[in-house]
Design a protein around this ligand. Structure first.
Ligand code: C2E
Ligand code: CA
Ligand code: CA
Ligand code: CA
Length: 278
């Protein structure tokens, strides 16, 4: 309820109407986007900070709408989750990312790990395991070259989460926790969950020199991860100074605009070809 004047209330303002209409139009658009082939997968390299080599890439969805142009995942992924459309969309991304990764291997490049984002709605799907094994079968990709990025939100139902993660782990898939440190969840899960790596959220990286607490947290996350025999990757690395800080604290991998923005597969192929060093 929006307050208009002294005793004047109304439920819908023109602004709200507009927002609702836009959301409905976006939902209609999302429903058609798959068959109209409007989605793309972009790839962002992940760098081994000790060698400077690309060792993996993260698959990030892009939506090119014929009229609205480029739509940011931050705008449509939440709606896709709300409507359940994330299930077919996520499956499409998974299949495409696995196919592309296998294609790079077939072309003779050293194998990379392909990280795919998984929303909690997808993770809770009863046929998740079938969807994932199907993507591996269809593409011929070996499971150790597939990484699933899970957020702390999936941990709400920890019994289900452990069982499902263990099944994925048993298949040989690499599991990481995305946006680590932003989820308010207990650290206790780290000792029970079969995960391989933590991704330090970019909010920490962004402020590491402005806020000494962020720097301290990064250092602490890296130390803790190594004590638990987990790898650590820092996200959102934009400057050489940030990279040096991470190197000194033995962070394993880094990802961010310093190396590359997310790029189409073709450009990524060029980057792999050059085997990018800094
Ligand atoms: P995320 O998984 O945390 O992905 C990292 C985001 O940070 C990406 O935004 C990436 O382009 C951006 N980024 C990478 N390096 C830098 C940097 O150095 N500086 C800054 N400022 N940003 C950087 P993007 O592609 O817009 O994706 C936003 C979010 O949308 C993702 O966050 C993820 O939560 C979601 N998303 C994207 N693709 C998918 C998908 O296929 N499935 C699902 N479920 N979610 C996806
Ligand atoms: Ca991610
Ligand atoms: Ca992230
Ligand atoms: Ca995020």
């Amino acid at each position: 309820v929006k307050e208009l004047g002294k005793n004047n209330f109304q439920f819908y303002t023109p602004d709200m109407n507009e927002a609702v209409t836009r959301k409905m139009q976006m939902e209609i658009g999302l429903r058609k986007a798959l068959e109209r082939k409007e989605f793309r997968v972009y790839y962002q390299p992940q760098i081994d900070v000790n060698t400077g080599h690309v060792i993996g890439t993260e698959a990030l969805i892009r939506w090119e709408h014929p009229e609205w142009g480029h739509m940011s995942p931050a705008d449509f992924i939440p709606l896709a989750e709300e409507t359940g459309l994330i299930i077919p969309i996520g499956e499409w991304v998974l299949n495409e990312a696995c196919r592309q990764n296998k294609e790079w291997q077939t072309q003779g490049y050293p194998p990379l790990r392909m990280a795919v984002n998984m929303s909690s709605r997808q993770f809770k799907q009863s046929n998740l395991i079938d969807t994932v094994s199907n993507a591996l079968d269809l593409s011929g990709l070996e499971p150790q070259y597939l990484e699933l990025e899970l957020t702390e939100s999936i941990i709400q139902d920890s019994k289900y989460a452990i069982t499902t993660m263990q099944k994925l782990k048993d298949m040989g898939i690499f599991l990481s926790i995305d946006d680590f440190g932003t989820g308010y969840s207990s650290l206790n899960y780290l000792k029970h969950f079969p995960i391989d790596s933590l991704k330090i959220d970019q909010s920490f990286t962004r402020n590491m020199f402005e806020n000494t607490k962020d720097a301290a947290l990064i250092h602490t996350i890296i130390t803790m991860a190594h004590n638990l025999e987990l790898k650590v990757i820092a996200e959102g690395v934009e400057t050489e100074e940030q990279l040096q800080f991470l190197l000194q604290r033995q962070c394993n991998e880094a990802q961010g605009y310093l190396f590359s923005r997310p790029i189409p597969a073709k450009e990524m192929t060029g980057m792999i070809k050059k085997q990018y060093t800094y």
